[in-house]
Design a protein around this ligand. Sequence first.
Ligand SMILES: Nc1ncnc2c1ncn2[C@@H]1O[C@H](COP(=O)(O)OP(=O)(O)O)[C@@H](O)[C@H]1O
Ligand SMILES: [Mg+2]
Length: 323
Amino acid sequence: MDEMTLKIEHLCSGFFTERGYVPAVDDVSLLIPRGHVVGIVGESGCGKSMIARSVMGLLKYPGRITGGSIRLDGRELTGLTDRELQPIRGREMAMIFQEPMTSLNPVIPVGKQMREALLLHEDISRSAAKAEVIRMLSHVGVSEPEKRYNAYPHELSGGLRQRVMIAMAMICKPKLLIADEPTTALDVTIEAQILRLIRDLSRETGMSVLLISHNLGVIAQMCDTVYVMYAGKIVEQADALTLFDSYAHPYTRGLMDSVVRLDATPRRLPAIGGVVPNLLRLPAGCAFAPRCPHAVERCQAERPALEELSPGHWCRCFERGRE
Ligand SMILES: Nc1ncnc2c1ncn2[C@@H]1O[C@H](COP(=O)(O)OP(=O)(O)O)[C@@H](O)[C@H]1O
Ligand SMILES: [Mg+2]
């Protein structure tokens, strides 16, 4: 067993469009040690879901991995065919999405869907599979699991559907769970419950988690390590405590300012002026420079590299730490 569940090195993936190549993920490296919860945070469009889909092998044409390496428990995933990936998806890595309806089949009762997923990957009897599904539903906090087993997705509330999707992802005990904005569609109370559930499951089972969110508040409660992403690149990374105590990138600062008290509404304020850049026409210098309150001439002309500020704390900025 590799001590790293997931090892992404220099990953590049993007879209081949009529107007040119869109570099959605640009030279991203990311590590998830066994049992850790690792977060990716950044505004919409920065490439978070592209990383998730690259790992899962779910990139659709015209999207493609164009470089780098993705290793799950030591095994290289890039270059595998869909057929080779099929048994790895579900069994070794599973993904949950913002909207459960996109991954639940609307015309099959939820329990039966979970049972089929289990039967596909494990050599057990139908009745044993059903018992395991009911156990898992109960484990993720679905009350009356025997009754819910026969419910159709539309008969469940948003929070329950999300629990079912987590149970579905967990049923084959994957090594890695990728949760892409898993609570964005839920209200604050349910969100807190679902996040706690994911964290507890990870602690109990040693499962590694990649948690993706545009909300730094969500990431803060959950993660051991945080990667901040902007325009396809990692701009800062650190363990969660370091990041929150001594973040150094002006973009991270902007995200911090966007998080207001969790019980207040609205929950996010537009604290960073301007918009994310068009990936087809990235600036010559730092991609964040046009929106950055600390940008100097050099930032417009040159692209900063990721530099290690202290052990494990990396930042991509010439003017880092300026207030
Ligand atoms: N089919 C597509 N063709 C070209 N660009 C795309 C396509 N789908 C997504 N993109 C671009 O890829 C970038 C990354 O998208 P995504 O990973 O979904 O962002 P996030 O999950 O961080 O919101 C975005 O800038 C988006 O505009
Ligand atoms: Mg996304």
